[in-house]
Design a binder for this molecule. Sequence first.
Ligand code: PLP
Length: 361
Amino acid sequence: SEQSGHYNFAAGPAMLPTDVLAQIREEIQDWRGSGLSILEQPFTSSAFKQLMAETDADLRALLEIPSNYRVLFMQGGASAQFGLLPLNLLRPGQGADYLESGHWARKAIAEGRRHAPVNVIASGADQDFTALPSPAHWRLDPLAGYCHITSNETANGLQLQEFPALPVPLVVDMTSDFLTRPVPVERFGVIYASTQKNLGAAGLCVVIVRDDLLQAPPAGLPAAFSYAVQAEQQSRFNTPPTFTLYVAALMLRWIKQRGGAETMATAARQRSALLYRYIDGSDLYHCPQKIQDRSSINVCFQLADAGLTEIFLDQAELCDLTHLRGHAAFGGVRASLYNAMPVSGVQQLVDFMADFEQRHG
Ligand code: PLP
């Protein structure tokens, strides 16, 4: 927690604010004076329906979601959405465009290909995913059912800074930077994000879908995974992940109380700038990512002597700076700085890095 000086830099599930954890502890005992734990609330009760309505309203206010969009609370995580997008959005035989920006885009492409023809509009593979292909070079198919992008590449430390207005519906995996900045929702057909990074706990995927894209579930699509069915039933076609929804509701209130998406963006820039500035000025650490494409959420870096990485990670753990190991596919170090990470956590990390550099640089 923040007070104890223990900072969790995990990519997800991630650190929660101390006050949110305290409230959860209380409401595990008694939720809203009901005499029942939050874990025991039926999803059909009026109190729980009220919680879902508040969550929908808070999300709409924080992201300025226009009224022609529906907010769905689904299970299966963003990984299930990789398959559910083509099943829900494409007509038989229709293909989709994908930007191959990094590890998670590749996962979306691989799963998408199982259901529909996929056209890769541009790829960062030839630069080892250290830079994002510029929208000027995207080879778009005007007949594509949608164009899929990944706003923040969690494993590669890359983040899209701008979202182009496209003639086909723009679909975005926003799992790792959801609600860390304002976004032009009206440019998107679908925005989806798992909640275990910036919005609390695992088990829930928020799907924001423009209502003209809702269509009757095609054969082969389970009704529980149909956008149209869940929209029609206010995400209560079946039991939603009630506890995770409750935690997301607390996180939304926490973000709102702090001033909303703009405040989160300022804090994200402040945290990541502190770390990048230190890395760029050091001889021991380096960031291979192109400066303009660097993520303000997942800061990925390497040590000049790769043999020091394990020692760095071990010593960091001893200093209560935990889960800094880079993604298995890339190695190195990754500091995930989601909404709940205070700037004091990043300062403690930078102080540790400076001390480590003195001893090993
Ligand atoms: N997309 C991105 C950008 C991610 O960072 C992750 C998880 O780290 C996922 C998708 C997968 O999310 P889930 O494990 O909830 O399916």
